[in-house]
Write a protein that binds this ligand. Structure first.
Ligand code: GRF
Length: 193
C-alpha cells in the first residue's frame, strides 16, 4: 500500500510539523511529508524541515492583493505535490471558502483548546480567565467556519493553580505533538505488517 502524502502548512517554529515528520521517519506513521509550506519566510520551521531534507516553499500572504490570490498560489504549490492530507500546524491565516472547498475533507488543523471551547486566538488566557480546571488541544477537520469542523481527537491537560497563559501553553504544546500523530493514524494508510 502506498504511503500517504502530507503537506504541512506552518507560520512559525513548527514543532508539530517536526513531530509529524519524525513519526513518518520512524515508520510510526505510514506517510511522508512531501512539502512544508509557510506564509512567512522567517518561520523557524522552514530550516528544521530543510535539515530533514523535506521540500519547502514560501508563499507570503503580504505579497498578494487578495486572500483569493494568496490561496490560489498556495493551491498551485500544493497541486505540484498532490497531497492526500494538508495539515495546518500553527498556520496563522484564516482560510477562505474557495481554498477549503478545493481541498474539502483533506485539511486538518490542530487547535490549542478543547473545542468547541475557545475557537480563535488566546485560548489559554481565555481558559484561565474562565477558571477552567482542564485545558487541552483538538485535531479537527477544517471546514469554512473557523475552528468548527468535526473533532477527530482531543487531549486533556489539567490546569494548575499557578498557571500563566505561557506555562499552560507549554504543557498543552508538549501534548499536541502526540495528539496530532495519534489523529493522523486514523487518516493515513495503515501499513500491512
Ligand atoms: C500550537 O499551539 C498549535 O495548536 C497552534 O499554534 C501552535 C503552533 O506551534 N495552532 P508549532 O509551530 O507547531 O510549534
Amino acid at each position: 500500500m502506498s504511503s500517504s502524502r502530507l503537506a504541512i502548512l506552518i507560520s512559525g517554529r513548527g514543532s508539530n510539523m517536526l513531530a509529524i515528520a519524525n513519526a513518518c521517519r520512524t515508520g510510526e506513521l505510514h506517510a511522508n511529508v512531501a512539502l512544508v509550506l509557510s506564509n512567512r519566510k522567517d518561520a523557524g520551521g522552514l530550516a528544521s524541515a530543510q535539515s530533514l531534507g523535506i521540500p519547502t516553499a514560501v508563499v507570503e500572504h503580504s505579497a498578494f492583493e487578495s486572500r483569493d490570490d494568496f490561496e490560489l498560489s498556495m493551491t498551485q504549490h500544493l497541486e505540484r505535490v498532490n497531497p492526500d492530507w494538508i495539515l495546518l500546524a500553527g498556520f496563522m491565516r484564516i482560510l477562505g471558502n474557495t481554498f477549503v472547498k478545493r481541498w474539502q475533507g483533506q485539511i486538518l488543523n490542530i487547535h490549542p483548546s478543547l473545542l468547541p471551547l475557545y475557537p480563535g486566538l488566546n485560548t489559554h488566557a481565555r481558559a484561565l480567565e474562565a477558571g477552567d480546571r482542564e485545558a487541552g488541544a483538538s485535531v479537527h477537520v477544517v471546514t469554512p467556519e473557523l475552528d468548527a469542523g468535526p473533532v477527530i481527537e482531543q487531549v486533556r491537560v489539567p490546569v494548575l493553580s499557578n498557571d500563566t497563559p505561557d506555562t499552560l501553553a507549554q504543557r498543552v504544546l508538549s501534548e499536541e505533538h502526540g495528539l496530532y500523530v495519534k489523529a493522523l493514524k486514523q487518516c493515513v494508510n495503515v501499513a500491512i505488517p
